[in-house]
Ligand binder design. Sequence first.
Ligand code: ADP
Length: 350
Amino acid sequence: MSSGIRFDAVSVAYGGTTVLDALDLTVEPGEVMALLGPSGSGKTTALRAVAGFVKPVSGRVHIGGRDVTDLPPHRRGIGMVVQQYALFPHLRVEDNVAFGLKARKAARAEIPGRVAEALEMTGMGGYAKRYPRELSGGQQQRVAIARALAIRPDVLLLDEPLSALDAQLRSGMLAELARLHRELPDVSMLYVTHDQVEALTLADRIAVMDKARLQDCGTPQELYRRPRTEFTASFVGNANLLPVTVGTGAVSLGERELEVDTGGAGAGSRATLCVRPHLVGLGDGPNALPGRVAEVQWRGATHRLLVDVGGHRVKADVRELRVTPALGDSVVLHFAPEDAVLIGAGVSDG
Ligand code: ADP
């Protein structure tokens, strides 16, 4: 049985301040949905509303088609993993993992098998007798995941599960979580993070949050290639955001005409042109932007050039740069019309 999650206009407030504003969002059965956004945007609050740790002031939460808004946490069929592992220090690993099963009054005879299964699944089979203090941070987090999985949840809620780990462990655990998702294709996961790499790597879809509201939602590719808002464009990947005025089949950036797909945008309206830095080339080409080099950053495989183009700072990530331009050099940048996305243009009614 697989079940998804549905937020139906869910609002949460603390002391009269709305911290989650009418969230509408559906996580399909078996889907990994990342809630991505800066600190304080309401991500954890949304997760806690699913878990049953906060009560919405309005709206309903559904799990597997069932309205769970008024159910206590332990009756919602969820497993939860938080940033700080939250293992019981005085219990051995196996008893930590068994805890949720005992609390849910699982049949006694079933518990050892379920514990062993969950520990195997997270690669912790050999550590059942240890205490949490005898484990590294990464191992403790695996145990916390095993504990969440032992109850065979329909829904797994993960709140910044990797943020207490160092960078190298983090990428290893990310691969582990992706593997777990493949092994548990029926479990829906809601994954809170402020880290776009985690969201892009793990999620089937990303819900972008800012200021208590859902800003955007789509697959990583959709959000990256066709962001609908400036916020998404700059939060998911890196972006040049240039203020332009819409023309016909072109936009103007100051005096300069740039050929882009204007879709149904109304001529004369103001909009933002989004071009990813790695799609901006150095040298002459379509949509040439002459300017002066303001900064050069070496980033291993690429150079990031910051170029002043008529008062706008344009970022270009250039590969295989044989001769590094000096500060103040005159250069030309360019980008292909199909690599630019117009954001926030009014739609023409003509
Ligand atoms: P995020 O997970 O995106 O960092 P949160 O959902 O934790 O954001 O918090 C959203 C807002 O709600 C923040 O401004 C935070 O300070 C506030 N908040 C969270 N929990 C509480 C609480 N228990 N009491 C009062 N304010 C809270």
